[in-house]
Design a protein around this ligand. Structure first.
Ligand code: SF4
Length: 451
């Protein structure tokens, strides 16, 4: 049962010291109740209160952590049905399958693609997160050898160990060290043995149900055995069934607080079709509707990249624009004769503008003014990118000491503030740059400091 802000406040030390970065205990309690702050952020709260509040304010979908360091992967922790209600917390993990029934070359190719396929978008590194290692024939030695190969070859991968045999999972988990794997999976037939291995190794356990009802039964058995970190597979192996199960599970957990389905889900598009494009399409549907992990049969750029873009779109916080720090950004090693440009701190603007400047090969200084993530025109209209604020920033930034000339290039969309800015910055001349970032290379190649 979730606690109210007032109930949480009663358990706080009420020092109103602000060390939690929130001015009063009451405001902090309200934020904890709303799931916007963690109780650990107050250094004075007792362990007992921490346990009580932590348990009561835990998200309805349990947070499950795998891996460590570069391979760290978190799934679950979700608190809402729709992204616009709050935000989705942890992006769907993309996994690739390798198995003991595959040839060495086949496995090596998949691992190579896992390692090499990495993309940068608006400053975010996007890549697949997990490798699912399947024990295809119950051979413990072959299974552990393959797990060892994956650990040695793909250090950024969190692992899903897949076997019907609890002993094989225990042996493979034993060589993973602190790269905590997901053990998959417990069924109605082997739940007790699997629970024992999960408890002994401290690893999260996957539930492999025959259908939704069976999944609930197995999950209840594991919860009663004391397990907390589960990941559920409802056994659906068609897109329609998997989509329906994901929705039922999320609604049951969020709306009805139904514990046996309050766990992230793992889905297997790789087992739903033999067609690579259809597999990608199924994965994209399941990512859009609540899959915690999607397991793919292989990784190819034309399949992985769109899935990663979808992941980026769904899991960015809709209430918080993506921003870069206010600062001076040197691009391509500028000197004292290099042009000085200014723009807003909306990430997309920064990456587009800096990319065009870099592409022009004209070394430049790019000033990024904090506009709270608003784009140029919106920021200007909101009073966050006016001449007075730009002048204050230019003066305090120290850019005047880095260049001999004092000429500032402003975005073309701010042409109307040129006169005002010249009044605010009497030591600088103001040049109106292009409206579109795509025209910057030609503009910069022609640019010369005013005599
Ligand atoms: Fe209150 Fe703790 Fe925050 Fe201090 S750190 S204001 S005691 S909640």
């Amino acid at each position: 049962m979730a606690l109210t802000g007032i109930q949480i406040l009663k358990m706080l030390p009420k020092k109103n010291c602000g060390e939690c970065k929130i001015p009063t205990c009451l405001a902090f309690a309200m934020k904890v109740a709303a799931g916007q702050s963690e109780i650990d952020e107050c250094p004075y709260v007792s362990d007992e209160a921490k346990a009580t509040i932590g348990e009561a304010s835990a998200p309805p979908i349990r947070t499950v952590k795998l891996g460590k360091g570069d391979s760290a992967f978190t799934t679950g922790g979700e608190t809402c049905l729709f992204r616009h209600e709050k935000r989705f917390e942890n992006p769907t993990g993309i996994a690739v399958l390798v198995g003991t029934d595959m040839s060495d070359d086949d496995v090596a190719g998949r691992l190579e693609r896992f390692n090499s396929m990495e993309y940068e978008r608006v400053g975010v590194i996007m890549r697949a997160n997990l490798i699912a290692v399947r024990d295809a024939n119950g051979d413990e030695a072959a299974f552990t050898a393959l797990v060892r190969k994956v650990i040695d070859t793909a250090p950024k991968a969190a692992l899903i160990l897949m076997s019907d045999r609890s002993g094989n999972l225990a042996a493979a988990a034993g060589i993973c060290g602190d790269n905590t794997p997901l053990l998959y999976g417990a069924t109605g037939d082997n739940a007790a043995d699997m629970a024992k291995v999960a408890q002994e190794t401290g690893c999260p356990l996957g539930v492999r149900g025959k259908d939704l009802d069976d999944t609930v039964q197995v999950a209840e058995e594991l919860i009663n055995a004391g397990l907390k970190d589960l990941v559920i597979d409802t056994g659906a192996r068609t897109m329609k069934a998997a989509l329906e199960d994901n929705i039922v599970a999320r609604r049951s957990a969020i709306n009805a607080k139904f514990k046996p389905l309050g766990f992230p889900t793992i889905t297997f598009p790789c087992e739903m079709t033999d067609d690579a494009m259809m597999e990608a399409m199924i994965a994209s549907v399941l990512m859009a509707k609540y899959a915690g992990i999607v397991v793919l049969s292989d990784l190819q750029g034309d399949i992985l990249f769109p899935l990663l873009l979808e992941q980026l779109n769904i899991f960015t916080d809709p209430q918080r624009p993506m921003v870069v720090e206010e600062d001076i950004y040197p691009i391509s090693g500028p000197g004292e004769d290099s042009p000085v440009l200014i723009t807003c701190n909306f990430s997309l603007t920064y990456f587009i503008v800096s990319g065009e400047i870099e592409g022009s090969k004209v070394p430049s200084w790019l000033l990024i003014k904090d506009t709270e993530g608003l784009s140029v025109l919106t920021a200007w209209a909101a009073g966050k990118f006016g001449a007075d604020l730009i002048a204050q920033f230019v003066n305090k930034s120290g850019i005047g000491d880095k260049v001999k000339h004092h000429e500032l290039i402003i975005p073309g969309y701010l042409a109307t503030i040129k006169g005002e800015l010249e009044e605010e910055l009497p030591d600088w001349s103001i040049t109106i740059g292009p409206r579109e970032a795509g025209h910057l290379p030609a503009f910069l190649k022609e640019w010369k400091p005013a005599a």
